[in-house]
Design a protein around this ligand. Structure first.
Ligand code: ZN
Length: 208
């Protein structure tokens, strides 16, 4: 089989999280995601407690408070995380909770209201792995639609480990460093899979 065909198929399987999974497992995951994706709705005004009404505002129907004027904008949650490398290996955490419990992901989490994405990414790194990092650059932004918690925009950064002691914490069951050729088969989130795919490719420049 030509190399490009094999490469394209393996990349597709890798990015979709289907590598080394049975069709039944893939179907089960898709059904779980579809059943759990319910857009957050709000029925009462968080400012005054009055019942909200549907009103066409700013180009679409939104919930609005007829008493105080509050408008509920349904928008994506923002998450941030890091790809941290040490001795040619990448740092991954095994998720302790759903969604994707037991699968491996880059250290990441939701951005709190009083912090920026860089601060959030470094905080999550320390909370989940015990390590202290420094941001070296951005990898990219990823829009994850099929998440049971709703629509999520994830920002991933390259990070350098500058201190700390490796130990799982917060919502991580395990933390481990993986070489490109010993990556775990169960990887959570398209953002993790995409970033790891690019990172793995960068370690093998001769494959073009
Ligand atoms: Zn109100």
């Amino acid at each position: 089989m030509p190399y490009r065909t094999t490469f394209a198929r393996r990349r597709c399987l890798f990015l979709s999280g289907r590598l080394a999974r049975t069709p039944a497992q893939v179907f089960s995951r898709l059904r779980y995601n579809c059943a759990m994706v319910k857009p957050l709705e709000m029925n009462y005004c968080p400012c005054c407690g009055h019942a909200l009404i549907d009103k066409f505002i700013f180009g679409r129907t939104r919930r609005k408070c007829p008493d105080c004027g509050f408008v509920f904008f349904r928008d994506p949650k923002v998450a941030a995380g890091v790809l941290a490398e040490q001795d040619g290996k990448v740092l991954l955490v095994k998720r302790l909770y759903e969604p994707h419990q037991g699968e491996w992901a880059l250290p990441a989490g939701f951005v709190e209201i009083d912090e920026g994405p860089v601060q959030a990414a470094l905080r999550e790194l320390t909370e989940e792995t015990g390590l202290v990092g420094r941001i070296r650059g951005i990898i990219g932004t990823y829009h994850i639609r099929a998440d049971p918690r709703g629509s999520i925009v994830t920002i991933l950064y390259h990070a350098q480990i500058v201190g700390g002691e490796l130990k799982p914490g917060d919502d991580a069951a395990e933390v481990c460093l993986f070489a490109p050729d010993e990556m775990p088969t169960k990887l959570a989130f398209a953002s993790t899979r995409s970033a790891l795919w690019r990172w793995g490719r960068s370690k093998k420049p001769n494959l073009g």
